[in-house]
Design a binder for this molecule. Structure first.
Ligand code: SAM
Length: 284
């Protein structure tokens, strides 16, 4: 939070676009630490997240504006709100703690909930549709590619054998049955990677990120900054490669290597452990 608020603080009055406003924590920090001429446009695909962010940011009046939109349509969403350029753009990828713990949409392996995993409740495909409908090799590829899951093939086989799966409990049971106990990861739940992979596939997350990164740099004002927090190596790679390419096109990376949370932050918020923040600046 501190690093984001510090590195993305606007140098001039204008708009900050928070493409993943979630509970509004980062948006609040940006608004608190800047003058009255700085406004935040917060986007999210989850209406409940927007409702919560709205409550949190109400005290800022018209300095905070919220809209339901995917960051894959960043340019259009900004234009609709009359935002033609941004002093800063933030993408804090993945799920919020509310979605994980309270939404009842099956993001967590710790509760028994319907296998949904859609961040946008109106999204086209649920996790149940994928686990029950995809051919086994396709499932294995997805678990390997999006989850870095070393036992992808075994897990895919167990899922196919146990179809139809209806709940997160069914999915956890399939993963447990597929991976020999001696091979369970020591620091992670055995189903962590499977859940991450399915969530990324259900929400088409890598493609949405690539589309946002194709639009965000052109929206930046001179001296404006784009910050992306990724929690997955594949997504961080997309950010890294895009930022490197833009390095010869009028942009520069603010830090030579990504920022990661310190020990204190990880202790306070273990979900931050895999976060990587990269920041790009539009040169004058
Ligand atoms: C890690 S949370 C953000 C937390 C936020 N920075 C805060 O301080 O509360 C990620 C948020 O991004 C949203 N999200 C994920 N993919 C999105 C997309 N393509 N477009 C817009 N929002 C998205 C999720 O619904 C979730 O609320």
């Amino acid at each position: 939070m501190d690093e984001v608020a510090f590195l993305l603080r606007p140098k001039r009055d204008g708009w900050v676009i928070d493409g993943t406003v979630g509970m509004g924590g980062h948006a609040e920090a940006m608004l608190e630490r800047s003058g009255p001429g700085v406004r935040v446009l917060g986007l999210d695909v989850d209406p409940e997240a927007l409702r919560r962010a709205g409550t949190r940011l109400a005290r800022f009046g018209d300095r905070a504006r919220l809209a339901r939109a995917s960051f894959r349509h960043l340019r259009g969403a900004a234009q609709t709100q009359g935002v033609v350029e941004a002093q800063a753009i933030l993408l804090d990828l993945g799920v919020s703690s509310y979605q994980l713990q309270e939404s009842g949409r099956g993001f967590s392996f710790q509760a028994d909930e319907p296998l949904d995993m859609r961040l946008d409740p109106a999204g086209p495909a649920t996790a149940a549709a994928l686990v029950n409908g995809l051919p086994e090799p396709e499932l294995a590829r997805l678990l390997h590619e999006y989850g870095d899951e070393p036992h992808a093939r075994r897990i895919a086989r167990a899922i196919v054998r146990r179809r139809p799966l209806g709940t997160t409990g069914d999915l956890v049971a399939a993963v447990r049955s597929a991976v020999p106990r001696a091979a369970w990861p020591r620091r992670l739940h055995v189903a962590t990677r499977t859940f991450q992979a399915l969530r990324m596939a259900v929400n088409d997350e890598p493609a949405a990120l690539a589309e946002a990164l194709a639009q965000a740099p052109d929206l930046l004002a001179e001296g404006g900054r784009l910050g992306v927090i990724a929690f997955h190596s594949g997504e961080d790679r997309i950010v890294k490669q895009t930022f490197r390419r833009l390095g010869s096109a009028g942009f520069a990376e603010v830090e030579p290597s990504p920022l990661t949370p310190g020990d204190d932050e990880v202790r306070a918020n273990p979900r931050a452990r895999s976060a990587k923040l990269r920041v790009l600046e539009r040169l004058p």
